[in-house]
Design a binder for this molecule. Sequence first.
Ligand code: ASP
Length: 344
Amino acid sequence: MTKIPHILLIYTGGTIGMVKDYKTGALHTFNFDKLLKHIPEINHLNCKIQSISLKEPIDSSNMNPEKWVLIAEIIEDNYNAFDGFVILHGSDTMSYTSSAISFMFENLSKPIIFTGSQLPIGDLRTDAKENLITSIEIASAQDNGKPIITEVCLYFEYKLYRANRTTKINAEQFEAFTSPNFPPLGESGVYLKFSKQLIQKPLKNSYLKVRKKLDNNIVILKIFPGITKAVVKSILEIKGLKGVVMETFGSGNAPTEKWFVELLKEAIDKNIYIINVTQCAGGNVQMGQYETSIELKNLGIISGKDITTESALAKLMYLLGEKIPKNKFKSVFETQIRGEITED
Ligand code: ASP
């Protein structure tokens, strides 16, 4: 461990580093070195900062599993040389990417902090400076020479969250994220305060494993009143489909119509895993609580419990990539592996 924390800033794109194209009026990404020139303050932080940028920074709407692997590889290649990592990322899909990175890094013992902003760094009223500076401070925070944060987090507008518990809730307010089912791990005010008892710790005598096999033969199926047989059938019959994140009503309820239940059964018989997550902003799936979810339970549908859709999607890609055997898949999915669900 170095005395002064050594932090790697990884720039992937997003509003934080965008400028306005005055011809079209649209925001687009620009050179990262220019971005750093807008924040001379970072030279006064008590850490050594190096930065690296994706070859082509992107709006996070263009993020995908291949680019998640690229980000993971940058962290992996630099893991021993740095004490912490700050990833600058567009806010639109930050919860997806950061959830995926959390599953990809097993036995993490250093901080990986995702952040971004709602306004570009050059804007007078920007939220980018606070988000970036505080994220670097969080990644540098140590107790007795050891990092305080040993998990993948998302920092935005004074709150530090466990990344795989977050969801983007607002497209224009500075408070763009929330963590509906898990309290923040830290807050920034006059002081930086951490809820240390909540922070995930690596297992003793464990070493870092980076899991890079992700299988994206999956779909999100959002149930709505009036959903037709043709729609459900065409989704569940997609060639090569291996998993479905099914967003149901309330505590995991869905229509009880015969055709619907039969289509789900046919999919399960074809070894497609179906995960039940709630489309509510917060709360838990409890299959069997209502008549409208008993059938789902009997079919062997997997309970996402209080997982977010973003995290369920990332966990499904990860577990499919790891080729978890069929007889174990349900219990592995229903068990927390990176603090992403609350177990009963
Ligand atoms: N469209 C942008 C992105 O996600 C929005 C942002 O950065 O906040 O890349």
